[in-house]
Ligand binder design. Sequence first.
Ligand SMILES: [Zn+2]
Length: 345
Amino acid sequence: MVNAVVDKLDSLVKEVNSKISQISELKAVEDLQHEILGKKGELTQILRGLSELPEAERPLVGKKANEIKVEIQKLLDKKILQLKRSSLSERLEKEWLDLTLPGEPVPSGRLHPLTRVLREVKTVFSGLGFEFVQGPEVETDYYNFEALNIPPDHPAREMWDSLYLGERTLLRTHTSPVQIRVMEKRKPPLRVISGGKCYRRDAVDSTHCFQFHQVEGFMVDKGVSMAHLKGTLSAFAQGIFGSERKVKLVPSYFPFTEPSVEVYIDCFNCALTPSESCRICGGSKWLEILGAGMIHPFVLRVVNIPSEFTGFAFGLGIERIAMLKFGIDDIRLFYESDQKFLEQF
Ligand SMILES: [Zn+2]
């Protein structure tokens, strides 16, 4: 009886050994483990049968059975490890990477030329002590026109064919309303620039667009004169177009400044290679870059700034500056999202 059980145990080891040698998949090892050591497995059955043995022989056979169980488990574990190792080396063989191959190029983004110019303008003015303030794009008639000395029947309103949203609200036609908003709330001394989108009811062509970007700046303090205006704008022109630029002021008209001027710089292209047919200035040697002037006393009164204060203000088109700076001859290029155009910046 005892010998029969021991023989059974020994032949079980042989059986496991021979089955394992034919296995090539992990799943099959798991199945075999279940078949031998599981709840209804062969070894489990043999162990259950031990209770039928004479009591004196049970410990010896029990010991043998446990040794066999450990031995079988070792065989199974060894096979599992072996299969895992070979599947790993198989994967490494199949899935190798050549790390010396060059990678896929990732296209890098660039700043839009208008963003670039706007940032440069901000940098120049912040160096001169100007603070950047933003205002709303949807404005009231009051801030956009009236407070800036442009009453409803004023002929200057012709200059700003506007996009109205309602009876008294419109998309701002310039950034000058920010001047009023700042001066209403704060007292001089003030040195402020503002910038952003503006809108006019313009037909789109190579120099006009219904949407464009302006930067507005002003300074209010005791004793501010045209000399301060010219000095500030010279520093701006030199900061953007080169340190040797000269500035020329030509009398002009704006309702909210008195006197008003158009500001010109000498042509930077002609300065390098003088030409009668210069593609930037067309041979005139001067480029108009912005409009400016001393803030009209009416505007200062509207915002209750005491009469001992004076100020200057200026407004410039970012598109205009970018077109001059980069030699671009069509404003529409800024808004067409043409990769070939944008990649040049
Ligand atoms: Zn020129």
